[in-house]
Design a protein around this ligand. Structure first.
Ligand SMILES: N[C@@H](CCC(=O)N[C@@H](CS)C(=O)NCC(=O)O)C(=O)O
Length: 206
């Protein structure tokens, strides 16, 4: 893979599932941190006026999920066959829905909607507890880590900050999270200042 360059704001945000995948797969990338000062000019050059942006040699990509899928194909974490890839897409779409709910809470209704969100969280997490209990391979799909696992990992990390006890009812999810966090590259990254000092969300809510 040629040199990778990732542009994003100084937060975990949408870019973090990309970072987790690259890190776990041992790929180096250049992180371009976009601040309020540089964003005004850069925004004009972004195809949809938004970040993240990924550059891989002469390829420039926008849209997080397009970036994630491109990298997953290149890194071999997009299923072992077409059926697995379809199942990974299915898991990934459902997790993107959950991420959208999380972002709505964080950015639009943190004060007014947190109680309701936390009431509904167990039923959302229970689905993934069930999926993992049915797949003896130890991951969402098949027996190898995939694109979808990285977004579930990110969501579990974020939700543990939102509600530290949220996995208490879900032993399978808890041990899945522990297992992913113990993968050597991820373990080192999660303990790094680069990860720890990066705010989860741009508005400081978490
Ligand atoms: N569907 C797009 C959404 C991108 C998006 O909303 N980016 C936000 C940051 S998370 C952004 O660039 N905000 C700055 C702006 O719109 O000016 C994706 O997933 O990449």
């Amino acid at each position: 893979m040629t040199s990778l360059k990732l542009w994003y704001f100084p937060t975990r945000g949408r870019a973090e599932s990309v970072r987790l995948m690259l890190t776990d797969q041992g790929k180096q990338w250049e992180e371009v941190t976009v601040t309020g000062q540089t964003w005004g000019t850069l925004k004009k050059s972004c195809l949809f006026g938004q970040l993240p942006k990924l550059e891989d040699g002469d390829l420039t990509l926008f849209q997080t999920n397009a970036i994630r899928r491109y990298l997953a194909r290149r890194l071999g974490v997009y299923g072992q066959n077409e059926k697995e890839t379809a199942l990974i897409d299915m898991m990934d779409e459902s997790l993107t829905d959950l991420q959208a709910k999380y972002m709505k809470l964080i950015y639009q209704e943190y004060e007014s909607g947190k109680d309701k969100y936390l009431q509904e969280l167990p039923q959302n997490l229970a689905r993934y507890e069930n999926i993992l209990s049915c797949n003896k391979g130890g991951f969402l799909v098949g027996s190898q880590i995939s694109l979808a696992d990285y977004i579930l990992l990110l969501l579990l990390l974020n939700h543990q900050v939102l509600s530290p006890s949220c996995l208490d009812l879900f032993p399978i999810l808890k041990s899945y999270l522990d297992r992913l966090c113990s993968r050597p590259n991820l373990k080192a990254y999660l303990q790094s200042d680069a990860f720890k000092n990066r705010p989860i969300n741009a508005n400081g809510k978490q």
